[in-house]
Write a protein that binds this ligand. Structure first.
Ligand code: PMP
Length: 359
């Protein structure tokens, strides 16, 4: 090689400041990150085996167990976005020539079948028009016909906009000796999820949607049935990077000391931890009755009288210990619409303008 090779010009674009406008992200993800999550991204790096970092991994694992409602020991985050967790599920559960029954009612079933085939496994597809979900009977037909090793469904379809009912599906799959794999990337945290009670064998999610973190490390959990299936493989998992047993070790999910498998996504794990922490914090609020603290300098009663007199809208005062300290707003059943919420907020705002510091 010539010693006279010269270094090319540095790219001029990199001498300009980075341009990141603030936007309201109301699409199917990424959604805006919580400020607490963004702050976590600015924290100093730690080593991927430092005890302070492995503690943060443990916190993250506990948070994932909570949002999935599972006690599964093999619960961790795969380094990569939702697709990485998806691919990890496929390569660990399936060997060459194993059959997957893939329920397709949108993009995600199509994508998963592609991953199955790239793994040398066989995807048997059952389809529904996008926007519809599968009945237990339809899935049972597929189980009888194809005798798959796994069944895949998408809980929250972000292309067809559906939420696949999951109750009873795990038991049905087990009756036919199949494992149930569920994609919850676009829904987990926003709709009920009971991984253990619903007998889901493998569940994965993403960080950048309901969890309000950047797209990065992706939650995944394997139950004992799935672990047994992995342990009884005849061939090694084709991917080193996504080998669940290796990842479980790095995430402290087995007896052994944590080994270096790959460098954990340090800042992304901080962010995921904070996204999960923010969730755990708000989880005890009743979504059907919202209690709002009455601010200093406001007569709570005048506000509800104003709303009733001027808008024929009922807002309730506090009850018992919280009498005079909170307002209560019910968001229930037929009344549970964005229009009613917006109208109530507008009236509350108007009433507060009228009565704040005027009493
Ligand atoms: N599954 C579903 C249901 C999704 O909505 C998405 C993201 N749109 C993914 C999987 C893939 O996730 P990612 O883009 O983070 O890789």
């Amino acid at each position: 090689a010539s010693m006279s090779a010269s270094v090319s010009e540095p790219p001029a674009c990199l001498s300009e400041p980075i341009n990141v406008p603030s936007k309201l992200l109301m699409g199917p993800g990424p959604s805006n990150a919580h400020p607490r999550v963004l702050a976590a991204g600015a924290l100093p790096l730690l080593g991927h085996l430092h005890t302070e970092f492995t503690k943060i991994m443990d916190d993250t694992k506990a948070g994932i167990q909570y949002v999935f409602q599972t006690q599964n020991e093999w619960t961790f985050a795969v380094s990569g976005t939702g697709h990485a967790a998806m691919e990890a599920a496929v390569v660990n559960l399936l060997e060459a020539d194993d059959v997957a029954l893939v329920c397709q009612n949108g993009v995600w079933g199509v994508r998963l079948a592609d991953m199955v085939e790239r793994n040398g496994s066989i995807a048997k597809k059952i389809t529904k028009p996008w926007g519809e979900v599968f009945s237990l009977e339809e899935i049972e037909e597929g189980l009888k016909e194809h005798k798959p090793k796994i069944v895949f469904v998408t809980y929250g379809e972000s292309s067809g906009g559906t939420a696949q009912p999951l109750e009873g599906l795990g038991d049905l799959c087990h009756k036919y000796d199949a494992l149930l794999l569920v994609d919850s990337v676009a829904i987990v945290g926003g709709a009920p999820m009971f991984m253990d009670a619903w007998n889901i064998d493998v569940l994965y999610a993403g960080a950048q949607k309901v969890l309000s973190a950047p797209p990065a490390a992706s939650p995944i959990s394997f139950n004992q049935r799935a672990r047994d299936a992995i342990a009884s493989r005849k061939t090694r998992v084709r991917s080193f990077y996504f080998d669940a047993a290796e990842l479980a070790n790095y995430w402290g999910c087995d007896e052994g000391p944590r080994r270096y498998h790959h460098t954990g996504m340090i800042s992304s794990v901080y962010a995921l931890r904070e996204g999960l922490a923010h969730f755990a914090e708000t989880s005890v609020r009743n979504p059907c009755v919202t209690t709002i603290k009455v601010p200093e300098g406001v007569d709570w009663k005048k506000v509800i009288e104003y709303a009733m007199k001027n808008h024929k809208l009922e807002i309730a005062g506090g009850l018992g210990e919280l009498a005079g300290k909170v307002w209560r707003i019910g968001i229930m059943g037929y009344n549970c619409t964005p229009e009613n919420v917006n109208r109530t907020l507008a009236v509350l705002q108007e009433a507060l303008k009228e009565h704040w510091k005027k009493n």
